[in-house]
Design a protein around this ligand. Structure first.
Ligand code: SF4
Length: 688
């Protein structure tokens, strides 16, 4: 019998748990970890079910030609096919191969995948699905604070905030154990403001719910700052001492008077004043954003508006106060720090920084001139596949883009235009099902690796049981492929050795892990980055004295509201917004295969207000089509007055005809290249 302290395989809360393995069967037990204090959601409790799922891939698969079925092949044959395919397409240039990673990969895998792309393939074309998740908050955080760490303080600090503003987060469903910190904050007399077009379980827990028109968060937040300025609720000393650029922002938000913003957002003048009273009247306050505010073509600017508000009230860097982003994917934070993002090298270094290139090339044993430059962002990379000058081969690890990408019909067409699609996964996801070569991967409990949770706390997921025969860790696959491709340098597949190399590569960078080791994480139950030396205590709270900008000051950024790119009109008169349900995670490739979760929510649905349902002569359970300018998705109607009458909601966890991304917009944020998942124009039709 073995009892291992580890973490949940799903979201960025990375709840602590024990795994107890007895004669091949593994069960979950609670663990008193600082972030979840023993709490788990239904996904965590059922997380071991996938380990022995009949859907589990246990052998590599390959097809002999595009129209042939996938058939089991040996690992040697699978890897030979991958290498032959890479060599074939790279005859026309290194950049003809692309790599797509995932925010659920361990730090070690994300690091080795980035190194594999740049050193073994010598391609600039690598990006990952975190681009679809936290990239807007990351971009806004860097331009304001000089560094991006989701929460620059421990989660436990939330309980100390007198007021919390949650912009676009439904944490009560996406990460339920998080809500214990809100409950504690409320029990101490604190207040909660939620900005969301839906009255979600999180919004129902709020003191004040601002049920905003989809796509107008930025205008609303600029109005809150306008009111804070006109009612003299600012922290002028803080603005003077710790920031730059306020005057420009003050002039810009003068144009966001409350009556004008009420017309844009649907939030009344009285509600706007009430929000400012709660925020500015509090001794300590936090502004927290999530995907609802960020997954827009103006997502970076919306987060900048939230940061501006926090800075004007003097919150960042003060105990019990601040701005933070609630990261979504399990390793969304670490995944964007160690090199699988198109423009970054390990340690959150920029790939266009000559000093960063020299440092990382030194660790990798190559000439800096041999490092490629920045590649295309995730959607642009997918859009370029199979085109005249685009990649003709794609390697996907830890992502199901055939469900999770926006305007997914177009993405599926691009995948079909490839000469070679290689997918590493634990099950035959929708993306793996159209691959030429499928590589069966080990799961979280079968391998050791580090994850970085939403607080920037680096955690250790310990191996609890042996992997079934026939599957391999992505680390083994990458080091084997690197050897077959005669890549320079060393390519360990041992997670401790890979992490030690990552530490050296990150040393001196913004996300410095050089003082963190597997052993130390085990002893201390997590270490916060930056941690530049073994004797350094780590950094739970950032920005206490200075921000990570050259002058140490945070930067205000003046940002204007822009309507949704695909806005409503006479032909498409209803907004669609998308999101998650409690029982499922991301594209659902894993959670749809867990019986309890599948039975609880078996299919996609369309949430609709009673007025809209009456207008369309629809009753509960009727099957409707949601039609946009790009495609249509089908699902049964759920009628509820918790959603605005001008908006429908669909969860995005399914492929098939209920795939919400058949409909969503591929308009991109100009800075973060985040697609506009959260709002597009649709019309509703009865399905035959
Ligand atoms: Fe796992 Fe997230 Fe649920 Fe915690 S909240 S149990 S990390 S899915």
């Amino acid at each position: 019998m073995l009892r291992v302290a580890t973490h949940c395989p799903y979201c960025a809360l990375q709840c602590g748990m024990h795994l107890r393995a007895v004669e091949g069967s593994v069960t979950v037990e609670p663990r008193d970890f600082p972030t979840n204090r023993g709490g788990l959601c239904q996904k965590g409790w059922t997380s071991t079910d996938l380990l022995d799922s009949p859907d589990r891939l246990r052998s590599p698969l390959a097809r002999d030609h595009r129209d042939a079925p996938l058939r089991p092949v040996s690992w040697d044959e699978a890897l030979d096919r991958v290498v032959a395919g890479i060599r074939r397409v790279q005859a026309a240039g290194h950049d003809r191969v692309a790599v797509f990673g995932g925010g659920g990969l361990t730090n070690e895998k994300a690091y080795l995948l980035g190194k594999f792309a740049r050193v073994a393939l010598r391609t600039p074309n690598i990006d990952y699905n975190g681009r679809f998740c936290m990239s807007s908050a990351a971009a806004a955080g860097i331009r304001a604070f000089g560094v991006d760490r989701g929460l620059p303080f421990p989660l436990t600090d939330i309980a100390d905030a007198e007021t919390v503003l949650l912009a676009g987060s439904n944490a009560a469903e996406t990460m339920p154990p998080f809500m214990q910190w809100i409950a504690e904050q409320r029990a101490r007399g604190g207040t909660l403001i939620v900005i969301d077009p839906r009255r979600t379980p999180t919004a129902r827990a709020a003191t004040l719910h601002l049920q905003v028109t989809p796509g107008t968060d930025l205008a609303l937040v600029n109005a809150l700052l306008h009111i804070a300025i006109s009612s003299r609720r600012l922290d002028a000393d803080y603005i003077d001492a710790r920031t730059t650029g306020f005057d420009h922002v003050r002039r810009l938000v003068a144009g966001y008077w409350p009556e004008r913003v009420e017309a844009i957002t649907g939030i009344t003048v009285a509600e706007q004043h009430a929000a400012v009273d709660l925020l500015a009247g509090a001794r300590t306050a936090m502004v927290l954003s999530a995907r609802g505010a960020e997954q827009h073509a103006n997502g970076t600017d919306t987060v900048s508006a939230l940061v501006n508000l926090a800075l004007a009230l003097g919150l960042p860097g003060r105990p019990g106060s601040g701005y933070g982003c609630l990261t979504g994917q399990g390793n969304g934070q670490g995944g964007r720090e160690h090199g699988q993002k198109a423009d970054q090298l390990p340690g959150y270094r920029r790939i266009d920084d000559p000093a960063a290139r020299a440092h990382v090339a030194g660790v990798w044993g190559i000439d800096p001139d041999d490092l490629p430059g920045a590649g295309r962002s995730a959607y642009e990379l997918l859009d370029s596949l199979g085109r005249v000058d685009g990649p003709r081969a794609l390697i996907v690890m830890g992502s199901n883009v055939a469900v999770s990408a926006p305007n997914v019909t177009h993405v599926r067409d691009r995948l079909a235009a490839l000469d070679l699609l290689v997918v590493s996964d634990v099950v035959l996801s929708e993306t793996a099902a159209v691959a030429d070569v499928v590589l069966p991967a080990t799961q979280w409990a079968e391998e050791t690796g580090t994850m970085t949770n939403l607080e920037g706390r680096v955690l250790l997921r310990e191996q609890a049981l042996d992997a079934p025969p026939g599957v391999r860790s992505d680390l083994t696959v990458l080091s084997d492929l690197a050897a077959r491709l005669d890549a320079p340098g060393t390519w360990s597949s041992d997670p401790v050795e890979v992490f030690d190399e990552l530490r050296r590569a990150s040393a001196g960078g913004p996300a410095d892990y050089s003082g963190i080791s597997h052993e130390r994480i085990r002893d201390e139950d997590g270490v916060f980055w930056p941690c530049p030396a073994a004797e350094h205590p780590g950094t739970p709270r950032m920005f206490l004295d200075r921000f990570a900008t050259p002058d140490g000051r945070a930067r205000f950024v003046a940002v204007e509201h822009r309507p949704a790119v695909d806005d409503i009109d006479a032909a498409y008169p209803v907004y669609l917004t998308t999101g998650r349900v409690l029982q499922h995670y991301q594209s659902g490739a894993q959670t749809r295969r867990v019986a309890a979760l599948r039975e609880a929510v078996p299919e996609a649905f369309i949430e609709m207000h009673p007025d809209l349902a009456e207008h369309h002569d629809v009753i509960e359970g009727d099957v409707m089509r949601v039609v946009s300018r790009r495609g249509e998705a089908v699902g049964p109607v759920r009628i509820t007055d918790t959603i605005r009458a001008d908006t429908v909601f669909m969860p995005f966890h399914w492929g098939g005809s209920g795939c919400a991304n058949l409909v969503t917009s591929d308009a991109l944020d100009p800075t973060s290249r985040m697609p506009e998942f959260k709002v597009c124009a649709v019309r509703l039709e009865r399905a035959s």
